[in-house]
Design a protein around this ligand. Structure first.
Ligand SMILES: Nc1ncnc2c1ncn2[C@@H]1O[C@H](COP(=O)(O)OP(=O)(O)O)[C@@H](O)[C@H]1O
Ligand SMILES: [Mg+2]
Length: 290
């Protein structure tokens, strides 16, 4: 039976909570001011996410500056909104993903700036940690995430900040959470999607146990579903990013932060990746048996 739980379009504020749970949530909201909080209740685990207690990282500010200096739309940060608007945007995007058939955490309650979600289970990052002794199983998650990201793009959506920390598994399918960023509101959809791919490859290149095998497999998996316009945009983006590489390497000699190292690795991979092959219908060849 499809319960309220399974419906993705429940109106904001609709409750699916027991009275004792409401008391616990109110207590958690009052007693703590953490941004994301796990609440282990007798019946189940819930998550509270509050907007407004996150400061803009220096990296995001620098990114905005670089976007303006180099005229690179893909670097443009999502607009920083007031907490209420931020949450409305996150809920709206969560619903859009749910409506398109992607698993998303079920929203059980929302106030103006706090949302309470059902537990979506371990994130893919957690699954990966559990199997890290098995390189094949570990990296298969990265490929699976790339495939799911391709499906997201084929559905006309962009994630904004794709990371295995914000992906989970629901009956074997990849689900998504954390929809705070909305790059498609400040750049064309295909640019936002190509940016998703670059961001996701920051994760793939740095997490893969066998990057030489896993990076191409992940790209192939994304290409299986990716819209043509996005493939084209990714090629442009990779070539633009590659022009920043010398500067990035130079900065890296002075201070190689982890963001910078990931950017260099992902760009180096994407700029030499056979993205052109994507235009031919023969791309989806066999070769990865997971
Ligand atoms: N509904 C949920 N189910 C399971 N884990 C969750 C849920 N909501 C949040 N989390 C965990 O908390 C982390 C942070 O939440 P997220 O929405 O990504 O906030 P942030 O913007 O701080 O990254 C997630 O990466 C995940 O590990
Ligand atoms: Mg997150």
């Amino acid at each position: 039976m499809a319960s309220l739980a399974e419906r993705s379009g429940a109106p904001m504020g609709e409750r699916d909570l027991h009275d004792d749970e409401i008391a616990e949530i109110v207590r958690a909201l009052v007693e703590s001011d953490g941004r994301v909080q796990r609440l282990d209740l007798p019946r189940r685990r819930l998550w509270i996410k509050r907007q407004g207690s996150k400061v803009m990282p220096v990296f995001v500010a620098l990114q905005g500056l670089a976007a303006a200096l180099f005229r690179l739309p893909f670097l443009r940060p999502s607009p920083q909104l007031a907490p209420e608007a931020m949450q409305a945007r996150e809920i709206e995007r969560l619903r859009a993903f749910g409506k398109a058939g992607f698993p998303v955490p079920r929203l059980v309650y929302a106030s103006a700036t706090a949302m309470v979600m059902a537990d979506a289970g371990p994130t893919i990052a957690e699954h990966m940690r559990r199997v890290r002794a098995d390189a094949g199983a570990h990296d298969a998650f990265l490929v699976k995430g790339a495939e799911a990201l391709g499906r997201v793009h084929a559905a006309g959506l962009s994630h904004g900040r794709p990371h295995v920390r914000d992906f989970f598994l629901a009956d074997g399918a990849v689900g998504f959470m954390d929809f705070e960023e909305d790059p498609a509101s400040v750049m064309p959809l295909e640019t936002a999607q190509a940016r998703d791919v670059l961001l996701y490859f920051l994760v793939v290149t740095s997490f893969a146990a066998s990057p030489d095998k896993t990076c191409p497999a992940a790209l192939d998996a994304w290409l299986r579903h990716a819209p043509v316009a996005t493939r084209r945009e990714l090629r442009t983006l990779a070539s633009v990013a590659s022009r920043i590489l010398p500067l990035a390497r130079l900065i890296g000699r002075v201070h190689m932060g982890s963001d910078l190292r990931r950017f260099i690795m992902a760009t180096e991979f994407l700029m030499q990746a056979p993205l052109d092959r994507a235009e031919s219908p023969n791309t989806a060849k066999a070769g990865q048996d997971g």
